[in-house]
Design a protein. Structure first.
Length: 257
């Protein structure tokens, strides 16, 4: 595996590099965000994984990760930081990071997470079997990796986009928390219950203006469901096929909060 390591503590970086190379990996080491940005602009597809420290001098690692995603660099990013509160993890993941490892950590865990990132499929497949997914006024353009609510473009982080697309492609079906977690976090990291709930909250903030009909419903004890709004429930040629609606007698209890 070819790894770009961005860590400003030189002794620590050399230790990481030495152990990664002993494990059979090729490692290029840089010490600040500016150098890393320039390197990735020159060779955006050279590396298999970017190991990125958060507390860098000048531009921090989270800001660099956000900028890389903005310009289209899709290489998996593993953030390293001493900050391990849930809000810090969410901030890093929302910036486009794929995983988050709090210091100090066993080196074997770092190796395992790198292997997981390297073997997982890319989030965005430009030849996906469905180019567009539409649920009511919600449109997901998978070729453009864009989300629209009516005529308005809705900005999405990579994780939000993955979660929303999975919900939309299974519109009017109930997806369990386990199904959602395994799909959005296939490497099995940072997909805990509170993180999933936080991402659902973010999607609701972006897609459900006050007073509008609820789009993402909580199914108590089960998971979540993205429901076709009643105003758009009539079948149309553009709408994706969905499972028949459950009868009131057999439907799980749905909460509106």
């Amino acid at each position: 595996m070819r790894i770009l390591l961005v860590e400003d503590e030189v002794r620590l970086a050399r230790s990481y590099q030495r152990n990664l190379e002993r494990a059979g990996h090729l490692v290029e080491m840089l010490h600040d965000a500016e150098m890393a940005h320039a390197r990735l602009m020159d060779a955006p597809d050279l590396f298999d994984v970017i190991v990125l420290d958060v507390m860098l001098p000048g531009q921090d690692g989270v800001s660099l990760c956000r900028e890389l995603r903005r310009v289209g660099v899709r290489t998996p990013v593993l953030l390293l930081t001493a900050l391990d509160a849930t809000e810090d993890k969410v901030r890093g993941l929302d910036a486009g990071a794929d995983d988050y490892l709090a210091k100090p950590f066993p080196f074997d865990e770092l190796l395992a997470r790198l292997r997981a990132l390297n073997r997982r499929p890319p989030t965005f497949d430009p030849v996906a079997d469905t180019v567009q997914v539409r649920v009511g006024d919600l449109l997901i353009d998978q070729l453009q990796h864009a989300v629209y609510l009516g005529a308005e473009a809705i900005p999405m982080t990579p994780r939000e986009y993955t979660l929303l697309t999975y919900l939309a492609r299974n519109a009017d079906r109930v997806l369990t928390r386990q199904q959602l977690t395994l799909h959005v976090w296939p490497e099995g990291t940072e997909g805990g219950s509170n993180v999933l709930d936080t991402y659902i909250h973010h999607l609701r903030d972006k897609l459900e203006p006050p007073g509008d009909e609820r789009l993402i419903h909580t199914v108590r004890g089960v998971g979540y469901s993205l429901r076709t709004p009643k105003s758009a429930a009539a079948p149309s040629a553009a709408a994706p096929s969905a499972a028949p609606a459950q009868t009131p007698q057999s439907a799980p209890t749905v909460e509106r909060h």
